[in-house]
Design a protein around this ligand. Sequence first.
Ligand code: PLP
Length: 454
Amino acid sequence: IETRAHDAQALWQKDKDHFIHPFTDFSTFHEEGCDLITDSDGIYVQDAKGNRFIDGIAGLWCVNVGHGRREIGEAMADQATRMAYFSTFNNLSNAPAAELSARLAELAPAHLNHVFYSCGGSTANDATIRLVHYYFNRLGKPAKKRIISRNNAYHGTTYLAATLTGIASNNWDFDTLDHLVTHLSEANCYRRPEGMTEADYCDHLVREFEDTVAEIGADNIAAFIAEPIMGAGGVLVAPTDYHKRMQAVCRANDILYIADEVVTGFGRLGHFFASEAVYETQPDIINCAKGLSSGYAPLGATLISDTLYDVLSTPQGPGGVLSTGFTYSGHPVSCAAALKNIEIIEREGICENVREVGPYLEERLASLSHHATVGDVRGSHFMMCLENVADKQTKALFPVEARVGDRVAFEAQQRGLIIRPVGHLNIVSPPLIWTRETVDRVVDILDAALTATT
Ligand code: PLP
């Protein structure tokens, strides 16, 4: 890694005094402040003190092509100096946004040919729900407003995205727009009811959806939103056929099916999009962000079906326009980063790498199950998670104060690997360029970290 000089202490102090960090635990922040990540290259990041780490979380599930890609930086610099910004409202556009829209239409399932841009995952979800409501209003079905989400889902933190989110602790002491959203149970195979087979569990979850539709009334429900694999909620892989069957309930009831592929998109499960390629679903809308630009620039996108577009693009009448969007919708620099990112994913066979190395990562992480505290190792390809438990038999959790996820992550970081603690979970969601050798090094570090924790 090429390192620049930093006054680590001064930066730390400035940060601690003035930067309100997202998702921060102030019981430790006031004392400890932050770790400043200042440099990066490939699978590595480095902190201000010069400590180097393997990045086990791709920044935050997003740096899919790895760090320090000069050609992405150059594409952004070229665009920024040529034409950094101009409006895309109404009849204005820019070259990277036009190019990227056509590329996304090529990469997405065949019926998704239209793109609405936002600034990230939360704004993509928020904008989507506005568009969905608009769609039904225009069809003369204004009562269709309710969105069905799931407990433990993570869809972001704008007001509406936070309401879609179903992780209870994420909304402690925050307000939500509850009249718009109903949450179903999450699909948690590890913690499914005692004695239920996976197939029975799937029936049970689908029935819950059907019962909810019957209770609320299909005429009042606009859409169902789901991550193909629930990410921040614990990397929960649904039972076989769950997504297909949930989609069938949607189709039978004129409910739109929205796949939130903010994490699963752009290669993490070995394909540009997982919905069709892995789960055999044809969502009406796919949302993406993160891996779309590999985190080199903020960008979100809502991929919209031809059927929806036909309605959204019907003229409103004199003076009326589709009045939604952001100053930065289709930002030229972000779109230039995304185009180069997609080029790299294709040129380097990054989806193929995930399909090849992913099963090896699954297998090697599963070998950590021998630790007394590892209750479950789950996930798929480059989206993995370890669930720590106090008792494997009963699946009882450690008390929250034990901070078990934090402790495992701390021990791993001491040994040169950053993974993400979420409560009692440890998430591994690396850049998609890990090799088998990287996996071996990572598993050795995790093995030692788990031993040191218990
Ligand atoms: N949707 C999913 C599935 C996510 O995992 C995230 C972020 O982790 C979001 C939406 C929100 O994205 P952003 O943080 O870019 O707003």
